[in-house]
Ligand binder design. Structure first.
Ligand code: 7TS
Length: 430
């Protein structure tokens, strides 16, 4: 285990640069950076500055080691072998399910379904729950700031069923209009599906309140937690959402694995999403009996190694502590917002009161792709484009934005480097 993890709970300030900025994070960001081998490299001869964490976050050594150890020592299929490796793989896989249950504070491991990621998770819910609960003329509610993953599966459902998709509007700061939301909740509404934290705007939506409002009318609520998982400790029991979905790769875990949480009483009644091995108790040509939860929703060989990698990163993040992470990232967001606001010609997109981790912006007279390309030459990775949220771009009448998104290893110095590189962009386009 790495040095800073052994120093859990202690305040470590070792870097003069952070002292200089008066940064008072209760953890040592420079020790954390050492856990991420990828950050040691140079890009175009400059130290890599990775500010594209909302797209995918980098992986700490402990995740890489877990994957290597799994494939060197344990690799085997789960739930089916009597041999030692299969039993070990099964035990580690199921122990990780318990770890995830604890991580999101679900009441039972039967409520934790492993999938490929948020996108597959939302599709699972839209098909399995949606097809059995939505009929012609019904309505499904999403918001204007959803990722395409939380729009298209519901559009497909509405097309299949002759139902209608309704959209909660937002204001120009990127905050949902709660009064308008209230009006959309009618006897026709069967599902509300909401993003917790917007990947393009950084807005943290008041999902607890919005879940309560829907539940008062007996409406099921799905929460897209893809951008919340790396930044916020979540209790699904406290939120009382019916479904919660997130991806491992955005929270410093491996790609190709994610989680669907669903309330047991709902999952019990839902039909399987996919058919195949592992999701059955018995098969005859006359009748197939499905497996119990959560296996009913896990057809085929699961992604065992990456699930174990996700378990390792949950330990890692919990060791650092979500409160410390939140404080560090809040400081970065405030610093970046203040610095970018002073740059002539920059307009910030997404200025909600309750925000985290993301600064989207446009620069007068420069297309975001040009900006991104020049910034990249300085070794700085940001994302430019519509961020799979075209309706947000339509709201602001923009083709694209530039987006810097922060993680546990980013520093104020990196924000300074971004601002300096934008000055270079302005020089080029003068
Ligand atoms: N929901 C939100 C809020 C997201 O930000 C993303 C991915 C997804 C769903 C889909 O997650 P996946 O793991 O299934 O792909 N967001 C981004 C992004 O902002 N840039 O690249 C992917």
């Amino acid at each position: 285990m790495t040095a800073h993890l052994l120093k859990k709970g202690t305040i470590v300030r070792t870097n003069p640069a952070t002292e200089q900025h008066g940064h008072s994070s209760p953890y040592d960001v420079f020790a954390i950076r050492k856990d991420f081998p990828i950050l040691r490299q140079k890009v175009y001869g400059k130290p890599l500055i990775y500010l594209d964490n909302a797209a995918t976050a980098q992986k700490p050594q402990v995740v890489i080691d877990t994957l290597r150890r799994y494939y060197e020592r344990t690799n085997s299929n789960v739930h089916r072998g009597v041999h030692a490796l299969s039993q070990r793989a099964t035990e580690e896989f199921e122990n990780t399910r318990e770890k995830i249950r604890d991580f999101i504070d679900a009441s039972d491991t039967r409520e934790i379904v492993f999938v490929r990621g948020t996108t597959e998770g939302i599709n699972l819910i839209a098909v399995s729950y949606g097809d059995s609960h939505v009929s012609a003329g019904d309505e499904v509610v999403v918001s204007e700031m959803e990722h395409h993953s939380n729009i298209v599966p519901w559009q497909l459902l509405c097309e299949r069923k002759g139902a209608h998709l309704k959209v909660i509007p937002m204001n120009d700061d990127g905050e949902l209009l709660i009064d308008e939301y209230a009006k959309l909740l009618t006897p026709k509404t069967k599902i509300v599906s909401l993003v917790y934290v917007s990947n393009s705007l950084g807005t943290i939506n008041p999902v607890k309140q919005m879940i309560e409002m829907a539940h008062k009318k007996g409406i099921c609520v799905v929460i897209d937690g893809a951008q919340a998982a790396p930044h916020l400790a979540v209790s699904v029991r406290e939120l009382d959402c019916d479904f919660y979905v997130f991806s491992s790769h955005k929270m410093y875990g491996p790609m190709g694995v994610g989680v669907v949480y669903g309330k047991q009483e709902l999952l019990e009644k839902m039909p399987p999403y996919q058919g195949g091995g592992d999701m059955i108790k018995s098969v005859t040509f006359a009748k197939t009996i499905y497996n119990t939860l959560p296996f009913k929703f896990e057809a085929g060989t699961p992604n065992v190694g990456d699930v174990l990698g996700l378990g390792a990163v949950v330990d890692y993040l919990q060791h650092i502590g979500y409160p410390a992470i939140a404080e560090h990232e809040r400081d970065l967001l405030e610093y970046a917002t203040a610095r970018l606001s002073t740059v002539d010609g920059i307009r910030l997109i997404g200025t909600a009161k309750d925000k985290l981790g993301v600064v989207s912006f446009v620069l007068d007279g420069v297309h975001p792709h040009d900006l991104g390309t020049i910034v990249d030459r300085e070794g700085i990775a940001i994302r430019t484009g519509h961020h799979c949220t075209q309706p947000i771009m339509q709201h602001y009448n923009l083709p694209a934005t530039s987006r810097a998104s922060f993680g546990i290893y980013n520093t104020r110095d990196e924000v300074d480097a971004l601002v300096a590189s934008i000055d270079k962009v302005k020089e080029v386009f003068k």
